[in-house]
Design a protein around this ligand. Structure first.
Ligand code: PLP
Length: 365
């Protein structure tokens, strides 16, 4: 068959180990999954209520315009409804952008390490990938600016950056955006927006007002706790959104997901609580790292990247046997670090105990 050259050596996404699989393999009763930055507190009770009350037919296609969610979200953000695009997760928005702008002969600029899908999509679409190493866990915006040329179609900014948890400051972003040519789309991936507390963080709504070449993506998968439903969205200038819309599949956000997202959006108290709990959890980890003299990046997200100065696959295996699933930094471009999702207080306490035993045992060897 006539496969595209660039997909022949491409590897499929490696999903983390499933809870059931790990339980069986190690004969464990309880597993704590802190691997995919899902919300340890689940989602708003309003979502549960809505799902239980759902009484329409499963035989009917979803609303392809996502009307009710669109209205609710445009009011929540203070945007015109035509400035919004919805996706089957924000992953799909990233893919729509890639399909719309990237092709052989074009290039795309991103940080490294960062969220893997920017690169993955660009490769499938045949564009040249220009990866600019992080500086102290943050985007090197000057070097990224310098990598842009006439063939650059998209720049990806991950704020906060997955896997480091480091945010872009307002000053740095404004300086960058004022220098990027108007015909280059800048994607600001804000998957963890709801968790951010930094004072020097930018306001994405102001950015799209000032720069019509900016597209912001956010998701219901992380703080809203709806990862299983797959709902994400993008917002930007009407012009950008109306270019992307024809590339979107007609019924990409399913009916249950749309309703669940509306219910979740209506409960901002839940989000406020999760943000506060997450900060407390991060403080637990910071204290642990300081006590154990481990390097970490202070995080604006619901995860933390910690350097154990060992092959992180070893720590990953060790923790798994104790019932904790995390992400080894090996696959994330940080081979001696692990990325841990911030859990509930008890879960954090538990995994830190397990990490302490790992440190004690490996020091003996
Ligand atoms: C989780 C994540 C996404 C994707 O989220 P969806 O579930 O597809 O909405 C996008 N970007 C980053 C940086 C993420 O961590």
């Amino acid at each position: 068959m006539k496969w595209k050259d660039q997909i022949v050596h491409l590897k499929a996404y490696q999903p983390g180990r499933s809870v059931e699989e790990v339980k069986k393999q190690f004969g464990l009763e309880k597993i704590v999954k802190l691997a995919s930055n899902e919300n340890p507190f689940g989602s708003s009770s309003k979502v549960q209520e809505w799902v239980q009350s759902y009484a329409s037919s499963f035989a009917i296609y979803p609303d392809g315009y996502t009307t009710i969610l669109r209205t609710a979200l445009s009011e929540h953000l203070g945007l015109n409804e035509k400035q919004l695009i919805f996706g089957n997760g924000s992953d799909e928005i990233l893919q729509i952008v890639s399909r719309s702008l990237l092709e052989p002969g074009k290039n795309t600029v991103m940080a490294a390490p960062t969220f893997s899908q920017y690169r993955h999509n660009a490769i499938v679409d045949g564009a040249e990938v220009r990866e600019i190493p992080l500086m102290d866990g943050a985007h090197d915006l000057e070097a990224m600016r310098a990598a842009i040329d006439d063939q650059t179609a998209v720049v990806w900014l991950c704020s906060i950056n997955n896997p480091t948890g480091v945010h872009l400051t307002k000053d740095a972003l404004v300086t960058f955006l004022s220098q990027v040519p108007q015909d280059v789309l800048v994607v600001l991936d804000e998957a963890y927006y709801e968790y951010v507390v930094a004072d020097d963080y930018y306001n994405a709504l102001d950015m799209i007002q000032s720069y019509s070449n900016v597209l912001v993506t956010r998701t219901f998968s992380k703080a809203y706790g709806l990862a299983s439903f797959r709902v994400g969205y993008g917002f930007g200038s009407e012009e950008v959104i109306q270019r992307l819309e024809p590339v979107r599949e007609p019924f990409n956000v399913n009916t249950l997901a749309q309703g669940a997202a509306v219910a979740a959006l209506s409960d901002q108290e839940f989000i406020d609580t999760c943000r506060a709990e997450n900060r407390k959890g991060l403080e637990q980890f910071y204290q642990f790292c300081q006590e154990e003299s481990l390097f970490y990046y202070p995080s604006q997200g619901n995860f933390i990247l910690i350097d154990f100065q060992c092959d992180s696959d070893e720590l990953f295996e060790y923790l798994m046997k104790k019932g904790y699933i995390i992400r080894s930094g090996q696959a994330l471009g940080f081979p001696t670090f692990v990325r841990v999702t911030v859990g509930s207080e008890e879960e954090n306490e538990g995994i830190m105990q397990a990490m302490k035993s790992f440190i004690a045992e490996t020091a003996i060897r």
